[in-house]
Design a protein around this ligand. Sequence first.
Ligand code: CUA
Length: 316
Amino acid sequence: MWSDLPLFPEKASSVAGHVDELYLFLVAVAGFFSVLIFTLVTIFAIRYRRRSAGERPKAILGSLGLELLWTIVPLGITMVMFGWGTWLYFKNMRVPAGTMEVYVVGKQWMWKLQHPEGRSEINELHVPVNVPVRLVMTSEDVIHSFYVPAFRIKQDVLPGRYTTIWFHATRPGKYHLFCAEYCGTQHSGMGGWIHVVSAAEYQQWLTGGGSAESMASKGRTVYERLGCNGCHLPEGGGRGPSLAGLLGRKVAMGSGETVLADEGYFRESVLNPRARLVAGYEAIMPTFQGQVSEEQLLQLLAYVKTQKSAERTATE
Ligand code: CUA
């Protein structure tokens, strides 16, 4: 019933409806109690007004019933908010299976987006409808924030690390993208459009930009230029561990701890290899800080994601 209200941005993602319902519930609770309190203040002010100069009210010695009422009722209401908010938070944070990935680099003052298949865009993002899309994002300079009101998603984009967010667009169309973190003079102009198109149109668009080299293929070039292949042999046995099937796996560290080899760990291992060293390997890898751009680092990541090896998974 509220969907046509012009105050609301249109709803174009799988979570948009849930976000609005929670939002309206919070507004309704706040509105109900605001009206109740203002009404009571007015009524009591009139009803219990001082009628003569000598009037003294009776002393009140407390009421257990009232104390319980105004403790338990707000507790119940806030627990509903907490439970509902948590449910939605997890729904928003858990990435479903079968997502497609897009890599995002923010900089003053533009959004650079790369598709694994090779096409890159600036301030525009083409995605197919009804396919969950996961964004792996970082910044070249300051903090930005990726905000798409129609999808009800917003995620800060930070220099020096990866943040991720996902969405599932449910309606074809063109939706506003904003930067929602003040990032300098042109912050207000750091926006763009998300184009949600049909699967067929998306395929056509992907191949429409000529024969773009895939991210993994560009990543392979970087991999070889930096000499990663000299130590990280795919079948293992090199001076560094094999990177085949690395992403998403639990890896034992020399320190005894076990870490999930996620995108953040990959990034750290390239830029600061000694921070968390895989068990059984020496700290001989140099840092590649300053030798790879954020885009190249993402291309390396895309390349390493494609390195899968059967024997590696078999020995686990
Ligand atoms: Cu980027 Cu504000």
